[in-house]
Design a protein around this ligand. Sequence first.
Ligand SMILES: Nc1ncnc2c1ncn2[C@@H]1O[C@H](COP(=O)(O)OP(=O)(O)O)[C@@H](O)[C@H]1O
Ligand SMILES: N[C@@H](CC(=O)OP(=O)(O)O)C(=O)O
Length: 848
Amino acid sequence: MTQENITLNKINEHKSVLRQEGAEHELVADFISENKLAKHAIQVHKFGGSSLATGKCIKRVVEIIRKNCQLNDIIVVSANGKNTDSLFAIYSLVEQSITAQATQTSDELTQAITDLAEKQAQLITEVLNANNTKQLLQLLSKDIAQLTSWLAGDIVQHHNDILAFGEVWSARLLSAILNEQVCPSNNIDARDFLVIDNEQNCAVDTAISAVQLRQRRQFGKLAVITGYISKDARGNSCTLGRNGSDYSATIIAALVAAGNVTLWTDVDGIYSADPRVVPNARKLHRLPNGIAKELGRLGNPVLHAKTLLPLINPQSEHHTHLHVASSFDPDVIGTEIGKFGQIAKQELSVTYLNDLLLAQSVSFIGETGAKAHAEFSPICMDDEKGFMVITQTQQKALSQWLASHDVEVSFKPVAIIATVGHRVAERGDIKARFKRSLKTAKPLNIVGSDNRHSVIAILPEACSIELLNTVHHEMTKDARHIGLVVVGMGNIGQRFLELLPAQLNKVYALENLHLVGLLSSKKALINNDGIDVNQATSLFVQDAQTYDTEQLISWLSHHPYDDLIVVDITPSEDFSLLYEQIFALGIHVIGANKWAASSSTEHYNNLVNTADSHNSLWLGNTTVGAGLPINYAIDDLRQSGDSISELSGIFSGTLSWLFETFDGSSKFSELLLNALAQGITEPDPREDLSGRDVQRKLLILARKAGFELALEDIDCQNLVPEALQSLSTSEFLARVDELDDYFATALTEANSKGACIRYVARFKYNETTGISAKVSLEVLPQSDAFANLTPCDNIFQINSLWYKDNPLIIRGPGAGRDVTAGGLHSDLVNICQQLAHKKNQVKIKGMN
Ligand SMILES: Nc1ncnc2c1ncn2[C@@H]1O[C@H](COP(=O)(O)OP(=O)(O)O)[C@@H](O)[C@H]1O
Ligand SMILES: N[C@@H](CC(=O)OP(=O)(O)O)C(=O)O
């Protein structure tokens, strides 16, 4: 949200330069016209009552504005905390006292007004400097006098004027603190520009409202506008209904063609059920417009039913993004509401509404039913059975409407619980699950909504928290969307991708895994709506774009998945240096890349700690022995209580091939060139002969086994003589026969004792002598387990408390396309299985 913004300070600087140049006039026109350029489009930020409830909250909001806004943005505010509730309560005290003619209420009323005034005064005093405090307290006391006088008069006439105080005070206070601490700001009462038809339909007169808003905004000042309130054509105060400030924000966004609306609240997004009472609710990262609209209609408090209306205008080419974020945790990515592909459409939510009425009448059948539907937009309706579910406030109007048709109606109190998701009313499997989960609630009826995005059960009693949790669990128990990013489009990367479609089809644990990123060192193809796994490589070739690390980290920081797994199939040290940032974002890594796991002790420990503290998983079975389950075996022994004392074996497929094949019948150099031609060695065979690769692998395994050591703690015999070490590859290959004498002698000597030569890795731990580790050419008896391998095979031998005299041995191909890509798939399944047991964490202020 912050990236494209110019900070207020920068704008101010820019403005003062332009002012000196006498160019302010152009700038005014520039900023105030409805600018449709994405980078400069106006952003609307709406702060709900919960975000403005206390002095501390307000200061947090000021900080969000300082960081995220520019001067032509618009702030919309709700009443501080529960002030609207208090104003409603005060109003009904007066109503009651009028009907009951009771005198006692007047004390209660005085107390309620005093409490409200004191609370507001305390907020003012807490956040403003002395001068502004004085000024705002004077205005507050004038308002309280006005409120008291309205309450003593015709309260019905002033109903909305009374309710409006909450937003008026809140906007005035926020604007004052911004003026004092951040930037010039003007406080606008929406009743000065926002004209609606009537309170029932809240249809906005956009032409007049847009012109009046333009007149009210002042160049160079950040506008703070009251939410919730408006006026009718005669200038009377109106409200947009409870929670209506969200709707105010989107109306204003449409009036100024804003690029973005952020609804700042106390929860970090929209959840699959009310997170205050459903602890396992899932955050919906990307909510399709139609589903959001249906959720608002069916009771989701974060989304007022009308919020989306101003933003979904099929005639307009302009598109405004809508976000929900938490002002208590502004850096957490919230929910984005918009147009999304298949993955976002798979999410299900559960919502409920109590205090409704089931109206039954024959005139809800057929043609009159269609008319009733158009007139009342019921929660749900069945025009064959002749019933509709409406709100209590609609009862009177519906009765009158039916009376004019001369038909009878019966009303019964009911509640609804609904499962909401893309076209769920057409999904037999979802309807069946929903029905099963409702068994004990004995619903009166279950109907699909007109827009097909919900299945609604009509309940004879209020929806209990228990029922909500049961239904939610049943509908979402399998849901967890995991994004997969594959980095490295080389030989193994390609094979990994080739195997992916079949894996996704046959492995249950991968059910909700979606390929969303493909990266080479220079290009990236990223698609949050999923990349077709059957065409991954060709789509990459066709559509990948150049990228840099900053862009990559920014995308990783904002990904919309429950979990993201990065599979690093590169040999790149540079990429391994990003692991720490990746882990810090809670992203999991499967690394075939050896750099990170064999980096310096300090770096490695940092990585492990960062991954641990952010619940990021790190698997790297293929760093050693390709697909052979050596890392898993070591992990398993450690976790089971065994302690490993020795690790040894032949860890290099290349050196295994060379020494298994070298029998003296041809020169060592001939064999080496042959291996190079077959692709058995690295392009520069010295990388294999240096022993560094084996040294790194031994370090990785020893660390896995729980020992703290560094690369330097492992003695490494370089099989390349010093004279050949610093040559270019071609120079080395031209002089490769200089290796022959050494290996011929070593082989002859070994053979004379009935032994052979092998390049062996050995790690040993002894309580008294400590750690000893080396990788070197050894002379081994022909009977040794390491002596008789199929060329290219690896062998790993573990000695431990449990495998003392007769060691545990794992042996098999230690390199190759299929086994390595297969090993990576095995890590992938393993991570997905672990994630299936992970609990969600709902972030709500006060709850965690
Ligand atoms: N499905 C849901 N997803 C997110 N929040 C929900 C949901 N259902 C209920 N809530 C609750 O709605 C509250 C937000 O209500 P709202 O009145 O919009 O707040 P604000 O004061 O910011 O306007 C949050 O505290 C949240 O706990
Ligand atoms: N203050 C009004 C309007 C509103 O939208 O408030 P909030 O954003 O706190 O839900 C109400 O309580 O209904």
